[in-house]
Ligand binder design. Structure first.
Ligand code: ZN
Length: 351
């Protein structure tokens, strides 16, 4: 085994530390949706399930690609090599039809996100390093399930995805020498978003930057969502019981504060000020870049882009790659003031 094992042992030995780690905020990755509507099948090859204490630790410092992690999938913890896991994440998180440099950027973002979870304790305590639920950690797709989605292009796509991971082996996005919370989303509205506009706090490397994608080639880049006034009122009141909808529906939503791309930072709904990202979640809108109007007895929302808008934009990365950018350039664009290089674990989880 390797130094990661030592890390796990120190994790297990430190109940106080783990309790603190549990309290870290959970910040979600919003992946590109998996194409297939079918549920992923169980892995074809039987994984190793951790049921016994881990093995002895050698003295040698392991190479990054030897790092192993415990992945929670369908209630089962599977141990696998980090680099093998990453192939499954890229299969699930980005269309394999994307440019090779975009896939490499995605592979490094996914590796970095995983390392961040491993070094900070993640969302699953001592049980697992990461899970395959895209609404919690990152999506993951085994080779057989991906092949079923890809059809006749399966062989070429599998090779392309595996190559993206292999060509960037061990590389991570670092800030202060540590792996960053490398979140990503499907498509921005022309400008990504500062973390603090969407979640509870800012991070220095998650700033708003221009993003190159346009709606021309992106399915559902512009979307529309319609709610009856009664349904809208019910959804908001379920979360904000003090909201006041006694006036005309024309007056229910007011005072939107937006950035230059139209992402709603805050908006007043029934007299309550909420984040655009919160209203987005309440209504199930594809992004927080929206406008609205009253049409008869309905409230209609017009939405641009897909995802939370923070960090790397997958379609933006693909557009940059089409324009000739390499994966490093893509990552250095979407993550601010970072460097790219290998990351090695130390025995101290927090440094
Ligand atoms: Zn998770």
């Amino acid at each position: 085994m390797n130094e990661k094992v030592q890390v796990r042992r120190s994790m297990a030995a430190s109940a106080v530390l783990m309790a603190a780690l549990f309290l870290l905020p959970v910040i979600l990755v919003e992946p590109y949706p998996v194409v297939s509507a079918a549920q992923p099948k169980p892995p074809e090859t039987k994984p190793t399930v951790i049921t016994a204490p881990v093995q002895t630790v050698p003295e040698a410092v392991p190479m990054q690609e030897e790092t192993r992690l415990r992945v929670l999938q369908n209630g089962q913890v599977i141990e696998m090599a980090l680099e093998d896991y990453l192939v499954g994440v890229v299969r699930a998180e980005m269309p394999a039809s994307f440019e090779p440099e975009a896939l490499k950027a995605q592979a490094v973002a996914a590796r970095t996100y995983t390392l961040y979870k491993m070094t900070t304790g993640g969302n699953h305590g001592p049980e697992a390093d990461i899970c395959t639920d895209s609404t919690c950690c990152q999506a993951y797709l085994d080779a057989a399930s991906a092949a079923a989605n890809w059809g006749e292009r399966a062989e070429a796509y599998e090779e392309k995805v595996a190559q993206a991971v292999a060509d960037t082996a061990g590389q991570a996005v670092l800030y202060g020498g540590q792996p960053i919370l490398a979140v990503f989303h499907a498509a921005s509205a022309g400008l990504t978003r500062k973390a603090g506009e969407v979640w509870s706090s800012d991070l220095p490397y998650l700033q708003a930057v221009p993003s190159a994608e346009t709606g021309a080639e992106i399915p559902n880049y512009y979307s529309r969502a319609e709610f009856s006034t009664a349904a809208f009122r019910e959804k908001v009141l379920a979360a904000y019981g003090g909201a006041d909808f006694s006036g005309s529906p024309q007056e229910w939503i007011t005072g939107a504060v937006t950035d230059s791309a139209g992402n709603v930072k805050t908006v007043n709904v029934g007299g309550v000020t909420v984040r655009g990202s919160t209203l987005r979640a309440l209504l199930g809108l594809r992004s927080a870049c929206f406008t609205w109007e009253v049409q008869g007895d309905s409230l209609v929302f017009f939405v641009t882009g897909y995802g939370h808008g923070v960090g790397l934009s997958q379609h933006g990365a693909n557009q940059m790659a089409k324009n000739g950018a390499g994966w490093q350039e893509v990552l250095l664009h979407y993550y601010t003031d970072v460097s790219i290089g290998p990351y090695r674990f130390t025995n101290d989880l927090q440094t």
